[in-house]
Write a protein that binds this ligand. Structure first.
Ligand SMILES: Cc1cc2nc3c(=O)[nH]c(=O)nc-3n(C[C@H](O)[C@H](O)[C@H](O)COP(=O)(O)O)c2cc1C
Length: 222
């Protein structure tokens, strides 16, 4: 299968980088074709701008409708967006590797969602969820969170589990575009992990990745 890893961290020594490296290694070993979009290394822009399009339709600027306009002009997007669209179209599975920032993802990854999952490319009028344009593809989030496990309970400090916190991304973005979405792998308390706990967490992730393509029980049922 073709796997796209979209990676959002600056630091090669980070836990997020360790998850990305493990995913690339494990999935390559499984003979998948793995491509990595390293967003910070690429200098990927988080900002949705008018110059994301070769031409605009004129008049009132509506980013979503300009995406549709650009798609109709044979994908008249800026080269950085076009390159990511091409990777998405080739991918069977997209793995997003990111820290948890403010119950969400860093702006650079949010910007990737905004700019790459374009109207006409990822979804369209009447083409959402089970009819989304990315139907047939799978997606999974690998997330590093700084806060401790006891925060991530409905009765804990965050008043929500990690799965609930990630619902806007898993459902509102990925399932919306038609992806079958795997339950996320969320590593908690990553800055407080000792050597043994860090190794165990990466080992658990390795197990999930070994079964990425043969474990329908880990697909979220919406
Ligand atoms: C802007 C910002 C927001 C953050 N928000 C959260 C959060 O909502 N929940 C959480 O558990 N950790 C939060 N953190 C902590 C990061 O998740 C933590 O630094 C990261 O997972 C460390 O992983 P790394 O070793 O890969 O950098 C935040 C950090 C930053 C910089």
């Amino acid at each position: 299968m073709n796997v796209l890893i979209v990676y959002a961290h600056h630091e090669p020594g980070s836990f997020t980088a360790a998850m990305k490296n493990l995913a690339a290694q494990e999935l390559t070993q499984q003979r998948h074709d793995v491509v990595v979009s390293d967003l910070y290394a690429q200098g990927f822009s988080a900002l949705a701008q008018k110059w994301d399009f070769v031409t605009t339709s004129g008049g009132h600027f509506n980013y979503m409708l300009e995406q549709k306009h650009a798609t109709n002009l044979d994908l008249a997007f800026s080269p950085d967006i076009l390159s990511e669209i091409s990777k998405i179209r080739t991918a069977d599975i997209v793995v997003f590797v990111t820290p948890l920032w403010w119950f969400s993802v860093p702006a650079i990854l949010k910007g990737w969602f905004d700019r790459v999952l374009a109207m006409g490319v990822a979804y369209d009028g009447g083409r959402i969820y089970e009819n989304g344009l990315l139907r047939g593809k799978q997606a999974m989030l690998l997330v590093a969170a700084g806060h401790p496990a006891e925060y991530f309970r409905e009765e804990g400090r965050h008043k929500a589990t990690a799965l609930q916190i990630l619902h806007p991304i898993n459902h509102g973005i990925l399932a919306f575009c038609g992806f079958d979405v795997h339950e996320p792998f969320v590593a908690l308390n990553v800055m407080g992990l000792g050597t043994a706990a860090r190794a165990k967490t990466l080992n658990d992730l390795g197990f999930r990745l070994q079964h990425l393509t043969d474990s329908p029980q880990w697909l979220i049922k919406y």
